[in-house]
Design a protein around this ligand. Structure first.
Ligand code: CP3
Length: 333
């Protein structure tokens, strides 16, 4: 499908919509306030009133053009019945996989388990502040979900050979993951999501077998989202060849990470581009921020470009720097 008017994903080169990955998160004092009282992260994601309130916090404060639902890519394994916990200063920790249990799960029971996420999307999208803004739903890409389900924590040191040992487990899981990612997307769109972003946070871990684990499974999800009539943004973080990825997977827009050269991207990629700025820049000073933000805006001035970062905003980020960032983007001519 072609990108649509009045949506952050469009063909317009005169405006740069802006939102930030992880905009509903720990750099916001009002988020930390709620988080303090709600130690269990999954429970917080499943509290539709609070999840909706958190989703709207950055919109109220900064007036971003898109609101990304406060949830997590790991709600998928959670919905499949795998245990998911978030440990302080460690990150996510997943439990054992019970393949038989997972394979016998039906769509009704999955939806029941995570329906509060959809309720939070519905609540958020009917808020008057969302009138000319996009509700952004999201999922993890099949590869990144597979990585978490099998590795059971963030593979910060890469994946060992052990990861690939059980080929049957991998192929059976990929079938399940694809089926339930589609359901999770459909449920979000029916609840009011106007854009879907697919996060492939660990795409950069793969040196080969990209067709098997990234291109083919992500293409299937992208095709499915297009059929639902909403634009789909892919973020294959750390992948070496974004051009090849876009040619094969055909998303409506692509988020680039901060490791890629935006000048090369603008020449190679025809679809709308999102993101790129290194989130560390927000930890520097206002001069450096202006210089780096305008670098991206200048490079993409004749290209449809959604302003965002090259990865999630860091918890240490100061509010004033985000305010400044928005001013720079809005005042750019
Ligand atoms: O504002 C938003 O972007 C919306 C919500 C959102 C969260 N996670 C909330 C969250 C989104 C889009 C995600 C995506 C996500 N989750 C990804 C893909 C993006 C990326 O970062 O690569 C991944 C890999 C996850 C898995 C995950 N969830 C990790 C690795 C962590 C721990 C990270 C850390 O910095 O400690 C989480 C926890 C998480 N998800 C938090 C938030 C706001 C922090 C929770 C907290 O401790 O308060």
């Amino acid at each position: 499908m072609t990108p649509i008017k009045n949506c952050i994903v469009n063909e317009d080169t005169t405006k740069n919509p802006i939102w930030l990955m992880r905009q509903a998160g720990r750099y916001l004092p009002e988020f930390r306030e709620i988080r303090k009282e709600n130690q269990d992260f999954i429970k917080l994601c499943l509290n539709s009133n609070l999840a909706s309130e958190i989703t709207l916090q950055p919109i109220k404060r900064f007036g971003f053009d898109g609101a990304v639902i406060f949830s997590d890519i790991l709600m998928l394994p959670y919905g499949l019945g795998q245990k998911v916990e978030f440990k302080k200063d460690f990150g996510p920790k997943l439990g054992e996989i019970d393949l038989e249990n997972i394979e016998s799960l039906d769509e009704i029971n999955f939806t029941k388990k995570v329906h509060k996420v959809y309720e939070a999307i519905s609540k958020t999208s009917i808020d008057s502040i969302m009138n000319n803004k996009d509700m952004i739903g999201f999922v993890g890409a099949p590869w990144t979900i597979l990585v978490y389900m099998i590795n059971k924590s963030s593979p910060k040191k890469g994946l060992s050979d052990k990861f690939y040992k059980d080929k049957i487990l991998i192929s059976r899981l990929l079938v399940i993951i694809e089926k339930f990612l589609k359901l999770h997307i459909k449920n979000q769109v029916e609840a009011g999501a106007k854009v879907i972003q697919i996060f492939d946070s660990w795409a950069g871990l793969l040196e080969d077998k990209l067709s098997e684990y990234i291109y083919n499974p992500t293409f299937n999800i992208v095709e499915y989202v297009k059929k639902l009539g909403v634009p789909v943004i892919c973020f294959p973080r750390g992948i070496k060849d974004y051009k090849n990825f876009c040619q094969i997977v055909k998303p409506d827009a692509v988020n680039i990470d901060y490791g890629v050269d935006p000048k090369k991207i603008v020449k190679e990629i025809k679809i709308p581009v999102q993101g790129g700025l290194d989130p560390q820049i927000l930890l520097t000073n206002k001069e450096k921020l202006k210089q780096e933000v305008e670098k991206y805006l200048n490079i993409f001035k004749d290209h449809p470009y959604i302003f965002n970062l090259g990865h999630g905003i860091l918890p240490e980020t100061k509010i004033e720097m985000v305010e400044d960032l928005i001013k720079i983007v809005r005042n750019f001519k």
